[in-house]
Structure formats: C-alpha cells, structure tokens
Design a protein around this ligand. Structure first.
Ligand SMILES: NC(=O)c1ccc[n+]([C@@H]2O[C@H](COP(=O)([O-])OP(=O)(O)OC[C@H]3O[C@@H](n4cnc5c(N)ncnc54)[C@H](O)[C@@H]3O)[C@@H](O)[C@H]2O)c1
Length: 354
C-alpha cells in the first residue's frame, strides 16, 4: 500500500518482516489492539504486517479469537490485492495472539490501538487502565469517530501520548488513517504516530487540532446531508442519487481528490457556481428528515432488510463482496500505477517513541 507519488511524502510499502533495526533473533516489538469488533481485526492485521507482535483484547469472551480468524480472511484480501505474498501470511498470523486481560495486552506495548465501542465512559475506563499498564512512553491511540480525544485523554496521567488514529472501514483495505492531537498531546507524539503509520504503509493525514467529526466524517456527512435532503424533498430517489454519484464525481475522486479536480475545472468557474448555489445548499443543524423517518420506521439499513434501499441477505453479501473487490482493485492499482516520479523509499520499521 503506497501513498500516491504526487503527494509530498513518499512512503514505502508496508514491511511484512521484522523491523530492520531489530536483531533477527531479538524480541519483536509489541503492540496491542483493545476492542476486536468490526474495526479491531483489520487494525490488528495491519500492525502484525508491520512486524509487531500484537496482543488482541476484547471484554467479550471469545471475541479476540474470532477477530484473529477474521484477520486471516482480511489477509486473503491483501494476497488478492498483491500487497502481500500468500507465503508471508503464516508469519504475519503467528504475530497475532489473544490476551486474557487488558493489562496483559498492554504490557510492554510500544503502541496501543483502541477500538472499543463509541462511548466516552467506556473509552475513558479503557484509557485509564492503559495509562497504568502500558510502558510510560507507549503511544495510546483512539479510533474514536466523534469523541474529542482530549475528553478520552482526561482519564490519563500522561495525556501527552494520547492521540487520535482514526482508521476507516475496512482498515486493511483503506490506506488513510486520520490523526489528530488532543489539547495536551505532544508534538513529538503526533510526529511518532505519523512515522509509525508511514512505516506501516498507511497514508496518515494529520490534522492540526481535534474537531467534531475530525476530517473524513465532516466531508462524508456534508455530502450525505445534501443527498438525504434531496431524497426528502423528492428531487431524486436514493437509487438515482447513488447512480449519479457512482457514475460521476466518484469516478474522478480516486485520481484527483477534491482540490486537484477544482483546480483542473477552474476556480473562477467554481466561485461562480458557489455564488449561485451556496444559498440553496442544506445548512440543517439536525439529522435530515429522510434519515429520521427511516430510523423511526425501523429501516436502519442493510442488516434490517430496509434502509434507503431494500436489502435481501444475498444482496447484502453481494454488495459487501463488491466493495471489497473494488477496494482490492484500487490497492492493486496503487501497487503498479505509480507516476514515473515516484521516489523509491523503502520503509524502515524502527519504532518511534512519543
Ligand atoms: N465501524 C466503523 O465503520 C468505524 C469506522 C471508523 C471508526 N470506528 C470507531 O471504532 C471503534 C469501534 O467500532 P466498531 O465498529 O469496531 O465497534 P464494534 O461494536 O464492532 O466493536 C467494539 C468491540 O469493543 C468491545 N468492547 C466494548 N467495551 C470494551 C472494553 N471495555 N474493553 C475491551 N473491549 C471492549 C466489544 O466487545 C466489541 O467487540 C468506535 O470508536 C467507532 O466509532 C468505527
């Protein structure tokens, strides 16, 4: 997984062997993943691929073992994407182990990835324990989607080493990890998180401060707010809007992102469009009516059989496969489709300390 070469920092592929600065027979660096649900198994796999010995802990009995089995499925995706060789999978999987207690998982860890439920009280409880159990210079990273990292770090004696590292589902197939400091996070810790993620072959996007929704959810929900308002107003159906997005703006985004697209289109044109359009765009300060109505009716999405679309179990499985296939296709393209100017840096995997 390499960062696009037209971005300022060029990053080598994720190492799948022991970090270069570790003696071949020395102990592997340790990492912990706390919370092994939808996100935890993919994060654990990525840490193991980077050469960490990863302890996986979940408060639900048996969940850590199940997550390690799920990580093996994730590894098959990466083999399909050409990111790792099938012959490397056993060595990667051998670095994943369930931990019976949070404290045991954190013991000796240089980095802890937290991915427990999105609940401030739960996260605070977890971080208070991690703060005591992990080595004093370990990085403690939260995967929160919405909670200010400062509120989580308030549970810790050493909040300077607590930061956001927000992975995107599915974390083994999505390259970006969003990073943000809390109010008391040290600059050195943020630098260490960035370096660590680069060495893991991810694309860290580092924000200057915490803010609601951080970056990626702000962008995603800005678009969703407008789309859901238009459905609610009967301007177009969810089906038509999904088709419009997939067949237009989503086609350009993988190549350009937002701002290169705007530059290519011409900012003068965009200013004119904003002039006419901005007053009419949704600025609603609460969830869109179409969303509220769907949820109130029990139409909570694919798992419930009805969301904005109707779903059968087969369709749910088929669309999930389709998403993975597309993400794998893009990862494969990342491996091969580098512009000629790509600097060929290979990742070293020494472990930074905050
Ligand atoms: N699902 C997503 O798309 C997504 C994307 C990005 C970030 N996140 C964030 O990642 C975090 C986890 O989300 P998820 O979707 O994996 O949730 P999930 O419910 O699938 O998994 C959470 C896991 O945490 C465990 N857990 C709860 N309390 C615990 C505790 N005290 N100690 C140890 N384990 C505990 C649960 O047993 C469960 O297995 C949340 O903060 C969420 O906002 C989720």
């Amino acid at each position: 997984m390499t960062r696009p070469a037209d971005e300022p920092a060029a990053i080598g592929a994720a190492p799948v062997t022991r970090p270069a600065d570790e003696p071949a027979d020395g102990p592997a660096p340790r990492a912990a993943v706390i919370g092994a649900g939808r996100m935890g198994h993919g994060i654990a796999l990525e840490a193991a691929r980077a050469g960490f010995q990863v302890a996986v802990y979940d408060s639900q009995p048996g969940r850590a073992d199940a997550a390690i089995a799920e990580a093996e499925h994730d590894a098959a995706d990466l083999v399909a994407a050409g990111v790792i060789a099938s012959t490397d999978v056993p060595a990667v999987m051998a670095r994943l182990a369930p931990a019976p207690q949070l404290e045991r998982a954190a013991e000796g860890a240089q980095v802890v990835f937290e991915a427990v439920a999105e609940d401030l009280a739960i996260k605070r409880g977890v971080f208070a324990r991690l703060d005591r159990a992990a080595p004093p210079n370990a990085l403690l990273l939260s995967n929160t989607s919405s909670i200010p990292v400062s509120d989580i770090a308030a549970a810790c004696q050493r909040p300077q080493r607590v930061a956001l590292a927000h992975w995107i589902l599915p974390p083994h197939l999505i390259p970006v990890v969003e990073v943000a400091p809390g109010r008391r996070t040290s600059a050195a810790a943020i630098q260490a998180v960035r370096a660590l993620l680069e060495r893991m072959g991810k694309w860290p996007v580092v924000l200057q401060r915490e803010l609601p929704g951080y970056l990626i959810n702000r962008l995603q929900f800005a678009l969703l707010r407008e789309a859901m308002e238009l459905v609610g107003q009967g301007v177009a159906s969810a089906e038509e809007i999904d088709l419009a997005v997939r067949g237009s703006i989503a086609r350009r985004m993988p190549a350009l992102g937002l701002f290169r697209q705007a530059d290519l289109a011409g900012l003068d044109v965009y200013r004119q469009i904003f002039h006419y359009l901005a007053p009419d765009l949704s600025r609603a300060a609460r969830p869109p009516a179409a969303l509220r109505q769907a949820v109130d009716a029990g139409h909570t999405g694919a798992a419930a059989g009805q969301g904005f679309h109707a779903w059968t179990e087969e369709q749910r499985a088929a669309y999930t496969r389709r998403r993975s296939a597309e993400l794998i296709r893009q990862l494969r393209a990342d491996q091969t489709d580098q512009p000629p100017s790509t600097p060929s840096g290979s990742a070293s995997a020494s472990i930074p300390s905050p």
